[in-house]
Design a protein around this ligand. Structure first.
Ligand code: ARG
Length: 574
């Protein structure tokens, strides 16, 4: 099933090609002056040294339009303005109505995509940065999976490195049972900070910690067992957070840094064989092309440290190689905060120079900004500590519960608790996803939970309100109805927007800028409100009523699907 925009695009492309004698992108976009505008005649006129208005008129003359458009006009210096025919919109809506996927096609060429996201650190609290990664990553996963891609969720857990020496020694000091208790309760900060404090103040402890790292790297059995205990308890805790957040990450998705340990010597040997390895300050490094420091000196990516150990960069080199060679992924996504941009760009460049990363495979840093507090500074608790992710979730749900109790006191307890969860968590996720990913944003409870404006509760409420139309009319949506009458301007505008859903989904899957999708949904809810104000639904007669009910149903389904792609629930009642 071709989308509306595709139909127009193909028709225009054929007409342009027949005028130009070669393929031309019609450069079609939505427009304020008509429904759509095509601008390609201007560029073509420069190439052909012709008159752009004349060329546009020729193009219009080369194709049939009346089956799609009510009017096609040349305007200004040579724009082609297209206004869709209501009949054509009605037919396309009928097709979307009968389609479970709302007219959104599956990807023509499904890819294997690795999404690296969440990635908290063992025995350390998840903070709001991990919230962003988890929420954005989850939405990216849902979107790509829905389009039919094979998605591998890679939770690149920080489960290796020198801090484990002090963590294991602290665990021994506490006793295994007590440590497990602290960790599984999610009291990770206390645990980490206590270990850190001893490390900084107690020379004896420091020595033990250092020896412990050596034992861990050497594979000492008892040490490895203690390390595994730390990892397992933390994983349990992270899973409880994921469950609470309602994201798709599972225990099977943990593929931590330690999983690459065995591959590290191979990676080193291969880089050496390829002639990419250099010695710098006793360390073995690669100097990827194009990276210099402020003094203009080349920047190294350290593969093996002077002390013989492998660190974070080496692990990411092993990971990218594994994802390309073993998992055969063609799209690698790294949902990690912007401060790590350069690290990833350097890793990609080394992977290219090593011949691992070759088109069509590509790697993208899906970077994001920070979450700020009301004072515009990095988000912290009143006591100045980093904000625990789980506390945010709990507060969101509590605030939503209060809101619901006020609006809808008759709801029974179970339903109210369920609704509070959906609204509260949805509000937190939506506030994050509706902002330009690369910018910082201010965490604002009142705004995110407001029933007005570009918020999750507003969209959830819009969906529930449409469901209530069906309930009041004692009717159910007729998904077999293939003809929809579009007549009023508000119907025309709503229809056009509904039919743009496939493009928005495709564009968002490419850009991974989820605020494109949230903006689309917000506009949909707004257009629906105007439609509902101007076009009576239940009070209309037969055919008009049936058509308008399809518009209602399509809007509700698009809202619910869109929210689902963002990882947000859309209750039928609110
Ligand atoms: N654990 C890291 C952190 O908390 C993020 C890991 C991101 N993924 C990666 N492949 N390096 O900052």
């Amino acid at each position: 099933m071709a989308t509306l925009q595709q139909l127009l695009h193909d028709r225009l492309a054929a007409a342009f090609a027949s005028v130009a004698g070669e393929p031309v992108d019609p450069s079609l976009r939505r427009s304020q002056h008509a429904d759509f505008q095509a601008d390609a005649a201007l560029g073509l006129a420069r190439r052909l040294r012709g008159n752009p208005r004349q060329i546009a008129a020729d193009v219009v003359g080369r194709a049939r339009w009346d089956d799609l458009c009510a009017s096609v006009e040349v305007s200004g210096p040579g724009f082609i303005n297209l206004t869709l025919a209501d009949d054509a919109l009605g037919t396309l809506l009928g097709a979307a109505n009968a389609d479970d996927r709302l007219g959104v096609p599956l990807a023509a060429e499904p890819e294997t995509v690795v999404v690296d996201y969440s990635a908290p650190n063992v025995a350390k609290e998840m903070h709001v940065g991990h919230l962003r990664s988890t929420v954005i990553g989850d939405s990216v996963v849902r979107l790509l999976e829905w389009l039919g891609h094979r998605v591998i969720r890679a939770n690149h857990l920080g489960d290796w490195g020198t801090p484990f020496g002090m963590l294991i020694e602290h665990l021994l000091d506490l006793g295994g049972a007590e440590a497990a208790h602290e960790l599984s309760l999610g009291d990770l900060n206390t645990f980490y900070q206590a270990a850190r404090a001893k490390f900084d103040s107690d020379e004896d402890f420091k020595t033990r910690a250092r020896n412990r790292v050596v034992a861990l790297q050497g594979g000492d059995e008892q040490t490895v067992r203690l390390w595994r205990l730390l990892v397992q308890e933390s994983e349990k805790y992270f899973l409880s957070v994921y469950d609470r957040l309602d994201v798709r990450l599972t225990g099977a998705d943990f593929f931590g840094e330690s999983a690459y340990n065995d591959m590290l010597p191979q990676v080193l040997a291969e880089l050496d064989r390829l002639g990419l390895l250099r010695e710098s300050d006793g360390a073995q490094v690669v100097f990827p092309a194009g990276f210099t420091n402020r003094e203009g000196e080349p920047l190294p990516l350290i593969v093996r440290k002077r002390d013989g150990g492998f660190g974070y960069p080496a692990t990411d080199l092993a990971a990218i190689r594994h994802r390309l060679h073993t998992l055969h992924a063609t799209r690698l996504l790294y949902v990690v905060g912007l401060p790590q941009r350069q690290h990833f760009e350097m890793v990609y460049e080394v992977a290219r120079e090593a011949g691992w990363l070759r088109p069509p495979a590509r790697a993208e840093h899906v970077g994001f900004g920070s979450v700020l507090g009301p004072d515009g500074k990095v988000f912290r608790t009143r006591a100045g500590a980093t904000v625990k992710l789980i506390d945010l979730v709990d507060e969101a749900v509590a605030r939503a519960a209060a809101l619901i109790e006020e609006k809808n006191p008759d709801l029974d307890v179970v339903e109210r608790a369920e609704l509070a969860r959906t609204v509260g968590i949805g509000a937190v996720k939506y506030a994050d996803l509706s902002n330009d990913r690369t910018r910082d944003y201010v965490f604002d409870w009142d705004r995110m939970l407001s029933l007005e404006g570009n918020t999750a509760p507003y969209l959830q409420y819009a969906r529930a309100r449409i469901e209530s139309i069906f309930r009041r009319g004692a009717t159910t949506p007729d998904r077999s109805r293939r003809t929809v009458t579009v007549a009023a301007p508000a119907e025309h505008a709503l229809a056009l927007h509904l039919l743009a859903f496939p493009e928005i989904v495709a564009e968002t899957a490419e850009s991974l800028e989820l605020h494109q999708l949230t903006g689309y949904l917000f506009r949909l809810a707004t257009l629906f409100t105007s439609f509902y104000e101007q076009c009576p639904v239940l009070r209309a007669e037969d055919d008009v009523r049936a058509s308008r009910l399809v518009l209602c149903d399509l809007t509700a389904r698009t809202l619910a699907r869109g929210l689902d792609l963002l990882g947000i629930g859309a209750p039928r009642r609110m």
